[in-house]
Design a protein around this ligand. Structure first.
Ligand code: ASP
Length: 346
């Protein structure tokens, strides 16, 4: 009998260990939590004016507070993510919605995705030119269509049928983004041999201040949602699609592990399957969110040559920012209402 009790006790503690990870980072810290990003890149204090910095911080604050209020009042993480992203999509500061960057052909083509960690349902749109809030179109693909991803004219048609606001493409024009495109095109015209051109192209991408937006939230019901919205990369051609609408690369959410939203050089995020990889390391290897995010961004992505970062929240409300660029526009709030807004590496 004594031996039997010992076996039961050993088995019990083994399973208890598995169920409740012992690591510091995975202790329950927040009843609910929300994180947002407004893009990662070469964001250096020396290139910022106090006015510009204040404008970014004010918009990040408005966005995170909106999401926080929804969660605090018992709203869902789905509502919080959509509303927080709307605020950044409607601002010309970020490369999403109103502030989307220009393609080589001087148009704006937007990508977005959203994922529900409870059901593992997801929705995405790619290459839309006239939907004011692409994140809402992605959400409706998830909730009101049998599909996960729609692209181009069909995605716009769907958004229109769903009653979303369709705008004239000129709505997305901003002088700042148009000038960035012209600057890159001017550089491209200079006489360079093939290798010089390639290295110029790589440097230019590395130097661009990306500006994609994203949000991850855990609500009071234990549900995690992640969403990402972007104009992609300046000077993109041939209907290029980045990581933002790719579930597993730009966005991933799973109540059992975490939710992730990415920003950075999309081609690398697709190849490294960044968002899903972080969840998988937690799932299969029992890593904490912080360990998994560090492994994927600082090791795997960096070794491949990719630049950018992620925001993430785990099922216990731990919040993580991880990036290998000089900066990332970012903010977080926990259920106690503690707010952090940051831009540079610290
Ligand atoms: N990841 C986006 C893309 O490659 C760009 C960004 O995050 O700024 O389309």
């Amino acid at each position: 009998m004594k031996r039997f009790s010992i076996v039961v006790a050993v088995l019990f503690s083994f399973y208890a260990c598995k169920e409740t990870p012992q690591k510091e980072e995975q202790k329950q810290v927040n009843e609910f939590a929300i994180v947002i990003h407004g893009g990662a890149g070469t964001i250096l204090k020396k290139n910022m004016t106090p006015e510009k910095e204040a404008a970014y911080k004010a918009k990040l604050e408005e966005s995170i507070k909106k999401g926080y209020e929804i969660l605090q009042n018992g709203g869902t993480s789905m509502q919080a993510v959509e509303e927080a992203i709307h605020i950044m999509e409607d601002s010309p500061l970020f490369n999403a919605g109103k502030g989307a960057v220009f393609t080589h052909d001087e148009a704006n083509e937007m990508d977005a995705s959203i994922m529900d960690g409870k059901t593992l349902n997801a929705g995405a749109i790619a290459g839309v030119k006239d939907v004011r809030n692409p994140i809402s179109a992605a959400k409706l693909v998830m909730t009101n269509s049998p599909h996960v991803m729609l692209a181009g004219a069909g995605a716009s048609q769907f958004a229109k049928e769903q009653g979303l606001e369709i705008v004239d493409p000129s709505y997305f024009y901003t002088k700042r983004r148009f000038k960035s495109l012209q600057r890159i095109k001017d550089k491209e015209k200079t006489e360079l041999d093939h290798d010089e051109k390639q290295s110029f192209y790589d440097e230019d991408i590395k130097d661009s201040k990306f500006g994609t937006v994203g949000c991850v939230a855990l609500d009071k019901y234990g549900n995690i949602v992640a969403g990402t919205s972007t104009g992609g990369m300046t000077n993109k051609r041939w209907n290029r699609i980045g990581d933002a609408p790719i579930i597993g690369a730009g966005t991933y959410a799973n109540n059992a592990t975490c939710g992730v939203s990415s920003t950075g050089w999309g081609e690398y995020f697709i190849r490294a399957m960044v968002a899903h990889d972080i969840s998988a390391l937690m799932d299969y290897k029992g890593m904490s969110l912080k360990e998994a995010a560090q492994e994927v961004i600082q090791n795997k992505l960096t070794k491949l040559g990719g630049t950018g970062g992620i925001i993430a929240v785990d099922r216990n409300g731990n919040m993580v920012f991880e990036f290998n660029t000089a900066g990332m526009y970012r903010a977080s709030m926990n259920s106690k209402g503690d707010m952090e807004i940051k831009i540079y590496k610290e």
